[in-house]
Structure formats: structure tokens, C-alpha cells
Design a protein around this ligand. Structure first.
Ligand code: ACO
Ligand code: KIV
Ligand code: MG
Length: 583
């Protein structure tokens, strides 16, 4: 039997550079970077089927509407689709004056010429040149020495300079150079090659050269990348004429952290893709980076206030779905199913006043800032508790349930969720509530009147069930107790009120009263809910609602004069499925 190699023995640890002078760990992010979207280049080149021209155009317009001012639109020498797309944008006047397009080229003369030809007539363009600089690539991919690697970059830079800023073209040219595989390149060599490219291009402060320092593959922990960036930032000559750009891939899942730490370490610009699309595990997610800034009180200068729509467009163009747990944009990221989370969020919303600093249990940002409603925040399944369930009732029916009613109703919902083994929708929960507490209005309060006698209230009421009218009469200290007395006398019951509360719904002429009554009849306990424009009417209806549940059967089927209704209150008549089907 051959011995299995322990995979650990296959890998050598990445050697971080020594940087005892590092400053970045004690810094914080205070301003947004320059953003570049490479969705239409790095994102596009990694798709199973690259986007059609139509899809690229839709994507481009979306990026512009978000507010991107620098957009890498293509690798023009790759295919006629890419080349023609660039031409189309320019010729059809699709590029706003404040947007600069960027195109990528390798260090090959024919491909450089084709790339520059593609942007002919553009008002502003960034020509982005790359060659790999790490020992692994020099040795394995190019078979090239350091000198040859520098020479390749220099020859290409000079050619680009000659064809662009030294030409009589009217385009405003910016140059970007990427030492591809920077994250695996010797830091001194990265400085050496970039310094030579810098001299060859000879930028100015007003039109800086962009050095894009990619973590083409993430090699180590994000702090190691940040050290590499700070090393570069503090040693590259003519720093004022240099823009340091980051281009982090996500092989180890740390691209966001690496890009944030890289900014602390001195970077000015970020390249990435929406929702983290891009080669392999993707480029850094620009949505996450931008919205992370919001949570620190920094405006990213990108508009994600309609994130759902942006996501839909990207999913259709990339033909890749955004994961439901993806930060900020995933379908489930603002949703709490579990009881204690729901309870905390409900309390957070109750205590929050308009204009307060956002301080919400479990919610990093206000869903409204990305165009999401609060409806998805609380969803109910068998792990949910009273807090979340009563929040849904408050949001949808405007009923602010008393605590003991919350507990009672959450048991009803819990049973349904367990029976169905799935989430219940808001509509289903509303249906259960109406079914349980309005009792389908099987027994209705038709009319009532009061007279006073010796500080007591006498009630005469008529209730109806299936067109049968029943006249009741009773006496009590108040309206509720007189109706309870009338029901007890007529149906030979021992009803008593254990708890009562009320509140108004709405304001002005449309105001309504909501009343909640907990009735006890021996072992049977049930809540009733009443709604009426009048507070007394709402209270009486709440009593009838609880009474209906306690007797648990249609009124006509009772032996009205003698039989006590026995057994427990009827909570959910029939199976949960039937109730939900009725809701
Ligand atoms: C990290 C990145 O994302 S870099 C961007 C990668 N994007 C793409 O590759 C998408 C578009 N690419 C293409 O359409 C094609 O690869 C082309 C048109 C550029 C070149 O196609 P081909 O000529 O068929 O070559 P191929 O695709 O095999 O490319 C590899 C060759 O380019 C060389 N090469 C790779 N990178 C570079 C570079 N930056 N500069 C110069 N040459 C390079 C390789 O060493 C290899 O050379 P060899 O053929 O002498 O061994
Ligand atoms: C071309 C470069 C910037 C690149 O995409 C990478 O290194 O990941
Ligand atoms: Mg890349």
C-alpha cells in the first residue's frame, strides 16, 4: 500500500515581510477610495459564458447609475465582441463625461495596438497594462529573469506612451500598470519594476500613474497584504504622482478584509466587482466594501439604495445567483427566524426614534438604506417566539397585543409551524390570528343598549349565529361585566374576565378602538379581540370573541338552558393545513 502524503507536507508557509514600522493597524477608514468596477473585464472573463454585447451594455448602464466614475469595460484584444463593445460605447455616446473607461492589455505589441485602437475617440481612457512579476510566474510561466520581466514592462509602457500621451490624440490618457501576482512578488522587486515604469511613463500630480497591486491569488492573512501595501506606499518614489490601487481576489475568503486593511496601509483606489464576481472565488465585493463604510459613518459615494434591482440585473447578466447569506445583498441577511433575535429586533424598533444613530440588535445597517422593507426582517418558523409573531401582527394588522395574548398566540403559530414543518408566511400568520380571535365572526354582536340602576349597568344585547338571534340580559359594574353576566346567565357558564386592555388604531375621523379580553371559564381560558369605531363596542366584541372560542362550537348546537360546555377551549379547529388554506 502506498503511503498517503499528508497534504500539510505539500505546502510551504508564506514568508511575510518584516515591517516593524507598520502604522496601518492603528488607523481607521475615514474616506471612500476611488472605485473601479472590473465587472465587465475580470468579472466577465471568469463567466462560463461571457456576457453578450447587450448584457454588457445593460451592466455598464447599471454601473454608471450606481455612480462608478472608473469602469474597466473590456479586454479589447480578446475577441471581436470585446473590441466592438468598446467601439459601440464610444460611438453611441454611452459614456458620461465624468466617467473614465479602462481597458486591459498584456505586454504584447499587437495586442497593445489593438487595445489603443479600440478606445479611439474616447474623451478619457485608462490603458491598463499587466505582466506577472512573482518568482513562481517568472520561473514557471514565462521562463524569464527579473531583468527580462522589467524589460517587458518597460518596452510596453514606452509603446503605450508613444501611442497615447505622446501622440496628437485628443483623449485624456491615464496609465495603469499592474505587477500581476504582486501578492507573491518580492516587495523590493515590486518597487524596482514600478519605479522604472514610473520613470518611463513620467506622470504628473494632476494625472497620476496608477499602480494596481493585485492579490492575484490571496497568499496569506490580510494583515500580510496590508504590510506589503504599506511597504510599497512608503517606498515608491514620487508618491504624489502615484495612485495606489488594490485588486484583491478572494481565494482565502479574506478579500474584503485585505482591501480594508490595504486602504489603512495607504491605498487610494479599489478594483473589484459587484457581489464579488470574478476569477475563481471572485474579486473583492464592492457592495460589501461600500456598505461597510456606511456603517462607519462614511459615505461610499456609490448609490446602493436599490440594491435588490441591481442584484437582479447582475444575476441575469452573470448567470450567477447571489448567495442568500451574502453580506448586505443576500435574501436572508436581514431576516431573523429565531425567537430571541426577533425579540431583540422588535424591542430595537420600539425604542428607536426617527433621527437616532442606528443602534439595532442584530442588524448592521437599516434595510431601508438599500431599498429593502422591514417585512423580510422577521419571518416565522418553529424556532420563532412571541416577539417576532406579535411584531408581524403589529406591522400588518396594527394590533399591539398584550404580553399574555402574545404568549397564547405564539403557541398557536408554533403548533402550525411544527405541523407543517416549514416557515409560515405573514399572510398565513394573519389568517391564523383572525381565525383564532375573531373566530370567523361565527357569533356576532348585533345590538346592545344599557340602562343604569343603583350605580349598576344593565345590558340588553342581541347576538347572532347563522341567522339565529339570541337575546341576552345581564347586570354588572361596567359594560364588560354586564355582558359577561348576561352570557353566564343565558348559557349557564362561569365566565370571568382575567385581563383587559385596549388601544386606538389610527387617528382623526378614521380612528378605531382595539380591545383585548382574556376570559376564564373554569379550566378554559381564551383571549378575544374586538375592533370597533367605539371603545365600548370594541370591548364587547372582544368578550364575544373570547366567549365564542370558549364554547368552541356553533351556538345553535348548544343546549342553551342547561348544558355547560366542557373540555378545553378550541384553539385551532381542524388541521393546521385547513386553517391555513382558509386564511
Ligand atoms: C490576472 C488576470 O486576470 S490577467 C487577464 C486575463 N484575461 C484574459 O486572459 C482574457 C483574454 N485573453 C485572451 O483572449 C487571450 O489569452 C489573448 C488574446 C490575450 C492571448 O491569446 P493567445 O495568444 O492564444 O495566448 P494564450 O491565451 O495561450 O496566452 C498565454 C501567452 O501569453 C503570455 N502572457 C501571459 N500574460 C502575459 C502578459 N501580461 N504579457 C505578455 N504576455 C503574457 C503567456 O506567457 C503565454 O505566452 P506563450 O504562448 O509564449 O507561452
Ligand atoms: C490583470 C490583473 C490586475 C488581475 O486581474 C489580477 O492580477 O488579478
Ligand atoms: Mg484579477
Amino acid at each position: 500500500m502506498p503511503m498517503l502524503l499528508n497534504p500539510r507536507e505539500k505546502y510551504a508557509p508564506f514568508q511575510p515581510l518584516e515591517l516593524p514600522t507598520r502604522q496601518w493597524p492603528s488607523k481607521t477608514l475615514k474616506k471612500p477610495p476611488r472605485w473601479l468596477s472590473t465587472d465587465l473585464r475580470d468579472g466577465n472573463q471568469s463567466l462560463v459564458d461571457p456576457m453578450s454585447a447587450q448584457q454588457k451594455l445593460q451592466y455598464f448602464r447599471t454601473l454608471v447609475s450606481i455612480g462608478f466614475k472608473e469602469i474597466e469595460i473590456a479586454f479589447p484584444s480578446a475577441s471581436s465582441i470585446e473590441f466592438d463593445f468598446v467601439r459601440g460605447l464610444i460611438q453611441n455616446g454611452e459614456i458620461p463625461d465624468d466617467v473614465t473607461i479602462q481597458v486591459l492589455t498584456p505586454c504584447r505589441e499587437d495586442l497593445i495596438r489593438k487595445t489603443i485602437e479600440s478606445v479611439h475617440g474616447a474623451k478619457k481612457a485608462i490603458i491598463h497594462l499587466y505582466n506577472a512579476t512573482s518568482p513562481c510566474f517568472r520561473r514557471i510561466v514565462f521562463g524569464a529573469s527579473k531583468e527580462a520581466t522589467v524589460e517587458l514592462a518597460l518596452t510596453s509602457t514606452k509603446l503605450i506612451r508613444q501611442l497615447t500621451k505622446d501622440s496628437d490624440s485628443k483623449t485624456h490618457w491615464t496609465f495603469e500598470y499592474s505587477p500581476e501576482t504582486f501578492s507573491a512578488t518580492e516587495p523590493d522587486f515590486a518597487i524596482e519594476i514600478c519605479s522604472k515604469v514610473l520613470e518611463a511613463w513620467d506622470p504628473s500630480e494632476s494625472n497620476a500613474i496608477i499602480f494596481n497591486l493585485p492579490a492575484t491569488v490571496e497568499m496569506s492573512t490580510p494583515n500580510v497584504y496590508a504590510d506589503q501595501i504599506e511597504f510599497f506606499h512608503t517606498r515608491i518614489p514620487r508618491r504624489a504622482e502615484v495612485c495606489i490601487s488594490l485588486h484583491a481576489h478572494n481565494d482565502r475568503g479574506c478579500a474584503v478584509a485585505a482591501s480594508e486593511m490595504g486602504q489603512l496601509a495607504g491605498a487610494d483606489r479599489i478594483e473589484g466587482c459587484l457581489f464579488g464576481n470574478g476569477e475563481r472565488t471572485g474579486n473583492v465585493d464592492l457592495v460589501t466594501l461600500a456598505l461597510n463604510l456606511y456603517t462607519q459613518g462614511v459615505s461610499p459615494n456609490l448609490d446602493f439604495s436599490r440594491l435588490h434591482e441591481i442584484k437582479r440585473i447582475c444575476e441575469s447578466c452573470n448567470e450567477i445567483q447571489v448567495h442568500p447569506r451574502h453580506p448586505y445583498s443576500g435574501e436572508l441577511v436581514f431576516t431573523a427566524f429565531s425567537g430571541s433575535h426577533q425579540d431583540a429586533i422588535k424591542k430595537g424598533f420600539e425604542k428607536r426614534k426617527e433621527g437616532d444613530i442606528w443602534e439595532m440588535p442584530y442588524l448592521a445597517i437599516d434595510p431601508k438604506d438599500i431599498g429593502a422593507s422591514y417585512e423580510a426582517v422577521i419571518r416565522v418558523n418553529s424556532q420563532s417566539g412571541k416577539g417576532g409573531i406579535s411584531w408581524i401582527i403589529l406591522q400588518t394588522l396594527h394590533l399591539d397585543l398584550p404580553r399574555r395574548l402574545q404568549i397564547a398566540f405564539s403557541k398557536v403559530v408554533q403548533r402550525s409551524a411544527e405541523t407543517l414543518s416549514r416557515e409560515l408566511s405573514g399572510k398565513e400568520i394573519r389568517g391564523l390570528f383572525q381565525r383564532e380571535y375573531y373566530f370567523d365572526e361565527k357569533i356576532k354582536l348585533k345590538s346592545y343598549s344599557f340602562t343604569e340602576e343603583n350605580e349598576k349597568k344593565n345590558i340588553k344585547a342581541v347576538i347572532e349565529r347563522k341567522e339565529e338571534l339570541v337575546e341576552l340580559a345581564g347586570q354588572g359594574n361596567g359594560a364588560l361585566s354586564s355582558l359577561v353576566d348576561a352570557l353566564n346567565r343565558h348559557f349557564d357558564l362561569h365566565l370571568d374576565i382575567r385581563e383587559y386592555s385596549e388601544h386606538s388604531i389610527g387617528a382623526g375621523s378614521g380612528v378605531k378602538a382595539a380591545s383585548y379580553v382574556e376570559l376564564v371559564n373554569g379550566d378554559d381560558i381564551h383571549w378575544g379581540v374586538g375592533l370597533d369605531p367605539d371603545i365600548v363596542g370594541a370591548s364587547l366584541r372582544a368578550v364575544i370573541s373570547a366567549f365564542s372560542a370558549i364554547i368552541g362550537e356553533p351556538l345553535a348546537d348548544l343546549n342553551l338552558s342547561s348544558n355547560r360546555v366542557s373540555g378545553h377551549a378550541k384553539k385551532i379547529p381542524g388541521k393546521a393545513e385547513e386553517v391555513i388554506a382558509m386564511a
